[in-house]
Design a binder for this molecule. Structure first.
Ligand code: LLP
Length: 443
């Protein structure tokens, strides 16, 4: 088991994160509880800065807020000098509510609604990553009506798709996102954006995948993207300045996951960009990236309370916790794997093989299959690691269970950053039509 950041086992044999004993955290905030190691969040941001500084290129790092978006997180991102990538009016509103400087935000999405585009224009965000022809038209018109010139990147699909250790390179890419490079869509988009006076075309964007452990896919994508970038600059004489290579930098969830240091990904991208710029004799673009998981993932731990148990002799033992697929849908959606620990008895050796079930009414609601743990009793605390990305942000109220609280911990201090939902929160938006009468049925 690898413990990230400030996470350690203390003299009481308890798990401790950010100097806070998780037993105390549970007594104070209840479970399930998302706990973020604030120092580790900040360290991850700094790693990207440090990696880029070494390359000498101009750069921007935008945190992909879809991974985990709350007001406190937006504030932390601002303090660490990162920009913000948002994909909806909701994420944008969270950033605005946190006082995040709008000019450091860019908006993504394959079907941004006219209302979302109008809101983003009104707020004055720094840029739009335009995904399709419909958006080009709507944004062009809305910007014109608002008397604005919007800066845009065109999202391209370079025909490179990367996951973990493998990447595939094809002509076209079968995805809902972006303008296809191979079929000429990207050129058509370029022609149209150049004809729209209310839009200023500043660069191109791609995102080749997620949880990537290798640099080959990024390098292949840089080649294709720089080919197009160079044509825009030289043939069409467009003063582009940005190459945005998206996110996708992998993290370790379980043994066997072996992501690269941030510096290695960034150096590979930067070297290839520089080489291409030299080859095409064009100025080096600013390189932007959009990490989500790599910033938020390792810093998050979810704490649960163990409840019921079911032993099927010769088959399997299940222990159930008070959360599951609604606070972490990744196992049920992606068969994602996690490591766990009985956090109030962290020094006890593992004595049995169990599977950790959630509490939701679905057989597939399993958090971890086959994990070796000390014998867990009702009331024990189970910690599941590396749950900082795409858990809270993808959480639901399935089975009408209130969503958990989120705390940031640092130097022995724990601060609530999202309150636990209450039962009343669950019915807050419910309405009963007035024509529904209260009928008493005779029994
Ligand atoms: N930029 C764009 C345009 C993206 O679409 C994404 C993620 C990112 C950046 C950030 O990617 P990251 O660095 O976090 O890999 N729910 C899935 C992940 C979906 C990622 C979607 N796009 C999961 O839980 O694994």
């Amino acid at each position: 088991m690898v413990l990230y950041g400030t996470t350690r086992i203390n003299e009481r044999g308890h798990l401790e994160i950010g100097g806070c004993d998780v037993v105390d955290l549970v007594a104070r905030f209840g479970t399930p509880l998302y706990v973020y190691d604030e120092e580790l969040l900040r360290e991850a941001c700094r790693e990207f800065h440090a990696a880029f500084r070494k390359t000498g290129l101009s750069y921007q790092v935008a945190y992909a807020s879809k991974a985990f978006c709350t007001k406190a997180m937006c504030r932390l991102i601002e303090e660490e000098g990162l920009n913000l990538d948002v994909v909806s009016a909701g994420e944008l509103h969270t950033a605005v509510a946190a006082g995040f400087p709008p000019e450091r935000i860019h908006l993504h999405g394959n079907n941004k609604t006219p209302d979302e585009l109008a809101y983003a224009l009104e707020v004055g965000i720094g840029g739009f990553v335009v995904d399709n022809f419909y958006e080009l038209d709507v944004l062009g018109r809305l910007a014109f009506e608002a008397g604005r010139t919007a800066e845009v990147l065109l999202r391209l699909t370079p025909g490179v798709e990367a996951h973990t250790h493998e990447f595939i390179q094809t002509g076209q890419q079968d995805t809902k996102f972006g303008f296809d490079l191979a079929s000429g869509q990207a050129e058509e988009a370029a022609r149209r954006v150049l004809k729209t006076a209310s839009l200023r075309w500043i660069g191109i964007h791609c995102h080749i995948g997620s949880q990537i452990f290798d640099t080959d896919g990024f390098v292949a994508a840089v080649d294709r993207m720089m080919g197009f970038y160079a044509r825009a600059v030289k043939e069409w004489e467009v003063p582009l300045r940005v190459l945005n290579m998206g996110g996708g930098f992998g993290i370790r969830y379980v043994e066997g996951d072996d992501p690269l240091p941030v510096e290695v990904y960034i150096r590979a991208i930067a070297d290839r960009v520089r080489e291409a710029a030299r080859r095409f004799r064009i100025p080096e673009p600013e390189v932007w990236v959009e990490p989500g998981r790599r910033i938020a993932g390792p810093a998050g731990t979810t704490l649960y309370t163990v409840g019921s148990r079911k032993d099927i002799p010769g088959v399997r033992s299940y222990i159930a916790v008070d959360g599951g697929m609604a606070d972490n849908p990744r196992p049920i959606i992606y068969q994602a794997k996690y490591e766990a620990m009985v956090a109030n008895r962290a020094l006890e050796p593992a004595s049995e093989m169990v599977s950790v079930a959630g509490k939701y009414c679905e057989s597939g609601d399993m958090l971890i299959w086959d994990v070796r743990l000390p014998k867990a009793e009702p009331g024990d605390i189970l910690a599941v690691f590396a749950t900082g990305a795409y858990t809270y942000s993808m959480a639901s109220n399935y089975n009408r269970v209130p969503r958990p609280a989120v705390v940031f911990v640092r130097d022995g201090q724990a601060d609530l950053v999202v309150r636990r939902e209450t039962l009343d929160d669950l019915v807050r938006h419910d309405l009963i039509p007035s024509r529904f009468r209260r009928v008493r049925h005779p029994v």
